[in-house]
Ligand binder design. Structure first.
Ligand code: NAD
Ligand code: UDP
Length: 314
């Protein structure tokens, strides 16, 4: 039977790919977004499909919907955007998550929370596995997001224990790909846009800090696998690509692939910027039979192609 699936934040980068894939798999999709960082253009190609609905709504306010499954992605993900209105960011992760859990409870829907590697903060365990509790600054400029997402995980677990809601938590590590917004501000889209425009590449710090980058198609597959896994497996589970790169290596790779004349320019490292990050994905491999397939260069080539086209039109 066709499932009705709510995707909050569905007009964003990850959400729009999830909408597309789940619609293609013959589900009925309700895409809900307040368009803070998302964009109607990301889902414009789905609007004519009778099994796709787009709702402008902010999850901080109540909404009543009848659905079978919920992917809760609503929340700005880029530091630039989540720090723009930090109080709103934490409201989205607490009041918003309570509202979305309310839908799950009333409609008896299964709910998957898009959590983040940021729950590990600036980690002193490397690579990060799910039993590590993290090293998060509770009062810093990233805490509206980090602590917000930690509170959201707490809410998922308490609604499960207290109300029997069928919850699942996926901790997403840095993911990139087509449909990241031009002004997103995260490292992959920043570097690609700068390289394509032959502008200086802005490396924060000395470029020795690391991230592990996952291509969007792999992530969407991981999120759906988690949603469809046995009810007894509710996570949290790490989803990400364990291949780790320094930010300088990323800059050099982007310059090489775009054949750009850009030069690297060093800027101060923002406060509380984690120095290293790499997922231990043993649990996802074991429980979901999932691991990423797309290597960095291949994913970057697709993403560069996307931005080349967008910049031509802009
Ligand atoms: P994004 O900014 O492109 O998408 C977020 C979407 O949520 C946007 O469409 C935005 O308009 C919408 N939104 C924000 N606040 C809302 C609110 N109050 N009500 C309704 N809609 C709201 O970012 P993304 O990379 O697609 O991230 C999606 C989710 O995945 C986020 O929850 C993010 O925290 C999580 N995540 C992403 C990454 C990553 O690397 N991409 C890593 C970790 C976690
Ligand atoms: N970064 C950078 N230049 C940029 C944007 C980001 O050097 O133009 C660095 C940032 O300081 C961080 C890493 O790249 O160390 C990843 O940043 P991003 O904002 O993509 O995500 P984060 O993992 O920090 O949430």
């Amino acid at each position: 039977m066709m499932k009705r699936i709510l995707i909050t934040g569905g007009a964003g980068f990850l959400g729009s790919h999830l909408c597309e894939r789940l619609l293609f798999e013959d589900n009925d999709i309700v895409c809900l977004d307040n368009f803070f960082t998302g964009n109607k253009d990301n889902v414009a190609h789905l609007l004519r499909n009778p099994h796709f609905e787009l709702i402008r709504h902010d999850i901080v306010n109540l909404v009543y919907l009848e659905v079978d499954e919920i992917y809760n992605l609503a929340c700005p993900a880029s530091p630039v955007h989540y720090q723009f209105n930090p109080i709103k960011t934490i409201k989205t992760n607490v009041m918003g998550v309570i509202n979305v859990l309310g839908i799950a409870k009333r409609a008896k829907a299964k709910i998957l929370q898009a959590s983040t590697s940021e729950v590990y903060g600036d980690p002193d365990v490397h690579p990060q596995n799910e039993s590590y509790w993290g090293r998060v600054n509770p009062i810093g400029i990233r805490s509206c997001y980090d602590e917000g997402k930690r509170a959201a995980e707490c809410l998922m677990m308490d609604y499960r224990r207290q109300n029997g809601v069928n919850t699942k938590i996926a901790r997403i590590f840095n993911t990139y790909g087509p449909r990241m917004a031009l002004n997103d501000g995260r490292v992959v889209s920043n570097f690609i846009i700068q390289a394509l425009q032959n502008k200086n590449i802005t490396v924060y710090g000395d470029g020795s800090h690391t991230r592990s980058f996952c291509y969007v198609d792999d992530m969407v597959h991981g999120l759906i696998s988690m949603m469809n896994s046995a009810d007894e497996f509710y996570g949290p589970v790490n989803l990400g690509n364990p291949c780790e790169f320094t930010i300088l290596q990323l800059a050099q790779t982007v310059i090489k692939l775009t054949k750009s004349n850009s030069e690297i320019e060093f800027h101060p490292l923002p406060a509380d910027d984690p120095t290293q990050r790499k997922p231990d994905i043993t649990l996802a491999q074991k429980k979901l039979g999932w691991e990423p397939k797309v290597i960095l260069e291949e994913g970057l080539i697709h993403t560069i192609e996307y931005f080349r086209n967008i910049l031509k039109k802009a």
